[in-house]
Design a protein around this ligand. Structure first.
Ligand code: C2E
Ligand code: MG
Ligand code: MG
Length: 296
């Protein structure tokens, strides 16, 4: 038990608190129980049936029109009910079964995207294992090439933490996707440990500024400056930039003033079930939602 607790504290320390002391607490004990619970439910799951994909629009901030949807995994476990992706994705990663989930989710996402207008892109989150192992990547590539969708309509989102597990390997594998024609997005930018040299090493086409910088952008001068600098950086590097977590008209206003071009967030839409996407697009096109989102 002591060994297990020490190992858990070491893992937490490496993940979140590098270079400091990490103490194992009651909170960690509860988290271990929760993790074991989720892992047990994952072992019993019928992924094809229980996993689904929701879609959240990414819009042009100028007129709030959609340019893409991000696929977001949802799991309704027969044993545990609905489990959030922030819980089951890391659990599947720990268990070494995330590839299996990614393949099922990507197939479902591509299937849904095939019914959308061809100018609307699909964005899909890859996990660390997908981009750090040749087998994982081979499976992803196979799903894409067998889907019939043009790879240039697809953006694959990767995170700094996933990339940093093995920068050389992941940049080499991600290049395979880029050569196929897919766009590569660095997700949650600004929250990880990436240095600018990492940005340089990866074949990126797009960056997503993390929602934590937007939450208080109109009150917090530091957040405002960070978003401004990140926009300038991506502009100089000729990368497209999507700002996450646009929740209020004031956020939208601040971002427009800063010259941000694309955004995503509850102000435009929450993630939608696949069946709701067509209706949402139709409503946008019919112009019923063309007024400012604040007036809806
Ligand atoms: P992410 O890729 O950064 O996705 C954005 C998250 O922010 C989503 O949470 C979305 O529902 C939420 N969000 C959207 N708009 C707003 C907003 O205005 N305000 C706030 N506060 N949040 C907003 P979700 O769906 O719970 O997903 C959480 C994370 O789980 C994702 O973060 C991603 O890292 C991971 N994830 C989700 N689906 C997949 C998947 O299919 N594969 C992998 N590997 N990871 C996934
Ligand atoms: Mg994402
Ligand atoms: Mg994100």
């Amino acid at each position: 038990s002591l060994y297990e607790h020490a190992d858990y504290a070491l893992y937490q320390g490496k993940r979140e608190r590098r270079g400091t002391v990490t103490l194992f607490s009651e909170k960690d004990k509860a988290q271990i129980r929760r993790n074991a619970n989720i892992e047990q439910a994952l072992r019993l799951a019928d992924f094809d049936r229980e996993l689904s994909v929701f879609f959240q629009p990414i819009v042009r901030l100028e007129d709030c029109q959609p340019i893409a949807f991000e696929a977001l995994a949802r799991w309704h476990s027969a044993v545990k009910g609905t489990v959030a992706p922030m819980e089951f994705i890391p659990a599947a990663e720990r268990m070494g079964i995330i590839n299996q989930l990614s393949v099922i989710l990507l197939k479902k996402a591509l299937q849904a995207a095939a019914t959308w207008p061809s100018e609307i892109r699909l964005s899909f989150n890859l996990s660390a294992n997908d981009i750090n192992t040749s087998e994982g990547m081979a499976q992803i590539v196979q799903v894409i090439t067998h889907s019939g969708m043009c790879p240039s309509r697809l953006d694959l989102e990767i995170t700094e933490t996933a990339v940093l597990q093995d920068l050389e390997k992941s940049s080499q594998l991600v290049s395979t996707l880029r050569q196929l024609g897919c766009g590569i997005t660095l997700d949650d930018f600004g929250t990880g440990y990436a240095s600018l040299s990492h940005l340089h090493a990866l074949p990126l086409t797009r960056i997503k500024i993390d929602k934590s910088f937007v939450a208080d952008i109109e009150h917090n001068a530091v957040s405002h400056k960070i978003v401004k600098s990140l926009l300038a950086l991506t502009h100089d590097m000729q990368l497209a930039c999507v700002v996450e977590g646009v929740e209020t008209p004031a956020h939208l206003q601040s971002l427009r003033e800063l010259g941000a071009l694309y955004g995503q967030g509850y102000l435009f839409s929450v993630p939608l079930a696949a069946e709701q996407v067509q209706a949402w697009l139709a409503a946008q096109q019919a112009g019923t939602l063309q007024r400012e989102p604040s007036l809806r």
